[in-house]
Design a binder for this molecule. Sequence first.
Ligand SMILES: C[S@@+](CC[C@H](N)C(=O)[O-])C[C@H]1O[C@@H](n2cnc3c(N)ncnc32)[C@H](O)[C@@H]1O
Length: 371
Amino acid sequence: MSDGTRLGILTYRPNHREIPKDSMADQQHNAYLPGYDQVKHHEWRTVENSAAYILPELQNRVAANPGLKLLDVGAGSGTITVSIAKYMPEGHITACDLSEDIVSRASKHAEEVGVTNVTFREASVYELLQTFGENVFDAVHAHQMLCHLDSPVQALAEMLKVVKPGGVVAMREIDMRMWSIYPNTATMKAWLRVQLGVHAASGGSNEAGPSLIAWAMKAGAKRENIRAGMGTWMYSTPGERQVWGKSPLPHSRLLSEHSSPGFSAARWVWKCNNIRIAAWSAPVNATLRIAGAPSCGEVIRRLLQTRKANMNYPGTSFRDRITNGEMRKKALELQLASEAELDEMGEEWQRWIDTEDACCGTMHGEILIMK
Ligand SMILES: C[S@@+](CC[C@H](N)C(=O)[O-])C[C@H]1O[C@@H](n2cnc3c(N)ncnc32)[C@H](O)[C@@H]1O
């Protein structure tokens, strides 16, 4: 595909940044385009549904070193972080992110679900050495952060500096091109082209997943010390589809979405005409439950008590991003689509959400680097 090729209903400009990664390393780094509010939808994520590849390695290391120290970089809402924490009850996680707002929200989340072995703090991945010092952590983890950065190699090099010799750096990154959607309508295809165009133009990489090995090697890791795989996401149940849209219930408001220690799937609580509707799935595997983990009902009760006050659910999903958000603004600026085309994409996402047999998913690269 070449710049400006007419494809479907849109003009596609696939790669506004043919600039090689890290040629901008000494310039100011790019902002996180989706916006910090948007990260709230990441609360669907857990280590089991988004980073299961780290668990065998983590569990082996925890068995040998129960007091293991882990750094989670770009932790966002912190739901993956707190779900990792249950696998290392005697260990400690330091979780960092760029934004004060998101760090305090993540911290609140940990408090709400009763996880006490995680400390959240503001720090940039580009300043890990300066912030934490050299060879400090037994493990360093990042999920879907490098794909947003203009200098992923520089970021990875920082992660390698703060992990101890013998430690492990783990990361999972999306291959944005691989969003696989059913029903795969012309409008959905056009939406994906906009998504790719906006993401690339904002300094991120659409090919982060399969670039991880190359980035790690550029950051100084030896090929023989890298283990690599690919992992997927799948959104198909009503609750999962809802992650990408607004509430389909009239006059309803999402009160919380949550996954808790001991459970591996999202829980949903809605308020519809003053009636609370709760839905959650059973624990996938009873052995995942840990002693003392709150029950699902208890988690929801606590969330309802503590979070009612700030339960407005700001623009978080693909649907929201395309109908009003930074992504829409950027798509218009880049002339990737017209207002009417973007509106149609928003409606198409809503139809997708309301369609019982609809689903979508994507691929991720996953690597473990042994230092
Ligand atoms: C897609 S979110 C992923 C959040 C979390 N890891 C997850 O998967 O749920 C990307 C996160 O990276 C953070 N981020 C972006 N640039 C960063 C930087 N330079 N240093 C640290 N975090 C950064 C953003 O604030 C955002 O929370």
